[in-house]
Design a protein around this ligand. Structure first.
Ligand SMILES: [Zn+2]
Length: 420
């Protein structure tokens, strides 16, 4: 008889190269003891951890990883599980019932988890389907990553995102109400579109869209409820105004200047570059995206890259997000891994790129005590790779095992199945 839901199992991973999500290097010959409650009970030199586990919990199975690398499960900070780009899929989704959308999103959530992404930050989903999916995942009724969500993205009437399930509002009162509706539904953060985007059909990336009163209403309402606000934003002037109004994070930032990235750094504003979106021709072509949209995405590329370089020079804190589904095939790996490779190409060390997809987003989400690092008491969300991605980021392509809260969700090599 099959158990109703998979549960965590107590075990020790020994002989591991461990990247804890803190610091710049990994450590060799480490052990990690996972408890049956799905949290990490101890880490440290392999022999010590094995001895400790066997003393306090005799019979705990030990798996020797033979030097393979264990690192925290990845966090993708810019995700739309219900993503539809203009084209045939959007046309099909436009006719879909909410139940169809929920099933498609659940499928995307499962693939996301299998791609090694154990936490997602959703930044715009249709009609609170994300809340239903989160309940199902938390209850063990669906497989997927831990979800932090903004609910519906907010935009002005006709603004960026209105045709992508955004919630339209106008005036300070309208935006205050729209923000509170997300909070009522269970939003962990608020996402607002303050300028046009690559996928807007009748606005350009640099069209400003909200008045200061409107954006100020969103930010003050969210902050009163102790939630952060992130903005889809392109041009430097719009970002600078939003930062002055108290914005917490910028998504995309297609046209940032050194002046504005310095301002962001000074105010502690974070940046999710989603650098892949302006260099993902392969993905767009495969999804039958119309050629005008592909042209616009690629045209934004050089200036977008310059924005990222400014952000690195100003030391703006970064979170990695793909915008594409985290599991989407891209350059023979996933969109999540490819995004991290781009960040390294732009100048991040591999360790820092990994932190932008582990410890750093956990910190931004106010959950550094829960996940994002492999330390005692944290949730056992982790992935295993053959080689060490903190030395060479492309080692993430060899990711073969995924655990979320101590539950094995993927084990390509059967490493953990064969444990005594
Ligand atoms: Zn997006």
């Amino acid at each position: 008889m099959l158990p109703p839901f998979r549960t965590a199992r107590e075990r020790v991973l020994a002989g591991a190269t461990l990247f804890t999500g803190t610091g710049d290097t990994s450590q060799h010959d480490q052990g990690l003891w996972i408890g049956s409650d799905g949290t990490i009970r101890a880490t440290g030199p392999s022999d010590d951890v094995v001895a400790q586990a066997h003393e306090r919990s005799p019979g705990t199975p030990v798996t020797d990883l033979g030097g393979q690398t264990v690192l925290p499960g990845l966090v993708n900070s810019h995700v739309h599980l219900g993503l539809t780009l203009p084209g045939p899929l959007a046309d099909a989704m436009g006719r879909a019932e909410p139940a169809d959308i929920a099933l498609l999103m659940a499928d995307s959530a499962r693939r996301t988890l299998h791609a090694g992404v154990t936490t997602v930050r959703l930044v715009g989903e249709p009609s609170f389907t994300d809340m239903a999916l989160r309940r199902a995942i938390d209850a063990g009724a669906a497989d997927g990553p831990t979800i932090y969500t903004a609910g519906q993205a907010l935009c002005c009437t006709g603004g960026h995102g209105h045709d992508l399930d955004g919630l339209e509002a106008d005036g300070a009162d309208g935006f205050r109400r729209a923000t509170r509706r997300q909070l009522r539904a269970g939003a962990d953060l608020i996402k607002v579109c303050v300028s046009g985007g690559i996928a807007s059909s009748h606005a350009t990336v640099d069209t400003p869209q909200l008045t200061d009163e409107e954006l100020g209403a969103v930010i003050s309402t969210a902050h009163q409820w102790n939630r952060k606000v992130t903005a889809h934003a392109g041009p430097a002037e719009t970002v600078a105004r939003a930062v002055e109004l108290g914005l917490d994070c910028v998504e995309h930032g297609y046209r940032l200047t050194r002046e504005v990235t310095d301002l962001m750094a000074a105010r502690g504003v974070w940046y999710v570059p989603t650098i892949s979106v302006s260099r993902c021709e392969d993905f767009l072509v495969r999804n039958n995206t119309p050629s005008w949209l592909i042209d616009r995405a690629l045209e934004a590329g050089p200036r977008h890259w310059e924005s990222l370089r400014h952000a690195l020079a100003s030391e703006v804190p970064l979170m990695a997000g793909s915008d594409m589904p985290p599991h989407a095939p891209f350059d023979e790996t996933t969109a999540t891994v490819r995004e991290l490779e781009f960040l390294v190409d732009a100048g991040l060390t591999p360790a820092r790129a990994l932190r932008s997809a582990t410890a750093d987003p956990a910190h931004w989400l106010g959950a550094a005590d829960t996940f994002g690092t492999l330390r005692t008491g944290r949730r056992a969300d982790l992935v295993i790779t053959r080689a060490d991605p903190s030395r060479d980021i492309t080692a993430l392509r060899g990711l073969h095992t995924v655990l979320k809260a101590g539950v094995v969700h993927r084990d390509d090599l059967g490493t953990l199945r064969h444990s005594p």
